[in-house]
Design a binder for this molecule. Structure first.
Ligand SMILES: [Zn+2]
Length: 287
């Protein structure tokens, strides 16, 4: 497992997904093959124990997928369901105990992000108040489908944050744990947020599901058509989602060296982040 040089950040894939649609979904060759998407989570070695950013799919999702994830997700997104990919298994492989994970910072509570919560029942779970309200009180069919109450039936130790914070590079930031901040990015869900992690002289920014493909934060923006349609379908506020993608494009253009931007489901951003950490350890602290 690789990590950054200064602040130790491990880039984990906590759930491979193989939806149909080939290049319409992931931009690589072929229409008839399955696409490949990941659940990119961060494991940060902080001064306050381990901090996990998103949890992907957990051990109970792998063991009881129908109950935990529901049939429509299994049929449409086709997760691989490999216990070795859970955050719990990867934390152990890195030589830590599950109890070392003191905090979990959630971009949002969709089922492909919250599945591992029950593997870390003692951790504080940081989330925006609007997002927790949406998950506990779903108001539409989409919200009923995307949030899965069995994933928090164990009673997580929620640490709920308001969406108002201090200015940060054109956004708001809300302190979650030390130098790790929630950055409200409403649109994909009611209380969706990115997560900004300070690395001393730079930032790692996890955009969650605010965008799905690296081309969306580049200029001119580009994205496989199937992924565009999927994002529209899942958005609770499409105008806000698109506006926030524009803001992220501006962030990327204004601070290409200071801020490294990743998202939850793009496998190439995951491998770039891992490669940057491993191949250029001295640059990693800056990028
Ligand atoms: Zn997602």
């Amino acid at each position: 497992m690789r990590q950054d040089a200064r602040v130790r950040i491990h880039h984990l894939n906590c759930g491979t997904m193989r939806p149909a649609g080939g290049r319409l979904m992931d931009g690589h060759r072929g229409l008839l093959r399955s696409a490949r998407l990941v659940c990119h989570c961060l494991l940060i070695e902080s001064g306050d124990g381990l901090v996990l950013v998103d949890t992907g799919l957990g051990t109970e999702d792998v063991e009881r997928p129908r109950e935990r994830l529901g049939r429509s997700f299994l049929a449409g997104v086709r997760p691989v369901l490999d216990e070795a990919e859970t955050a719990l298994a990867q934390v152990r492989r890195l030589g830590f105990a599950p109890g070392d994970v003191r905090h979990v910072v959630m971009t949002h509570l969709d089922l492909d992000h919250a599945g591992g919560l029950s593997d870390f029942p003692d951790a504080q779970v940081h989330v925006l108040d609007v997002e927790l309200d949406a998950a506990l009180h779903p108001a539409s069919l989409t919200e009923h489908r995307r949030y899965r109450p069995p994933q928090w039936a164990h009673g997580p130790r929620w640490a709920v944050h308001g969406a108002r914070g201090e200015p940060w590079l054109g956004f708001d930031r809300v302190e979650a744990v030390g130098e790790i901040f929630l950055v409200p990015l409403h649109g994909h869900t009611r209380g969706h947020a990115g997560v900004a992690v300070s690395r001393g002289d730079g930032w790692l920014f996890h955009g969650g599901d605010a965008f799905f493909h690296h081309g969306e934060v580049e200029s001119p923006p580009r994205c496989p058509r199937g992924l565009i349609a999927f994002q529209r379908l899942m958005a609770v506020d499409e105008a806000a989602r698109r506006h926030n993608q524009e803001r992220l494009r501006d962030l990327h253009a204004a601070h290409p060296d200071q801020v490294t931007i990743v998202c939850a489901h793009d496998p190439s951003l995951l491998s770039r982040a891992r490669g940057r950490s491993a191949a250029h350890p001295r640059r990693a602290a800056r990028t």
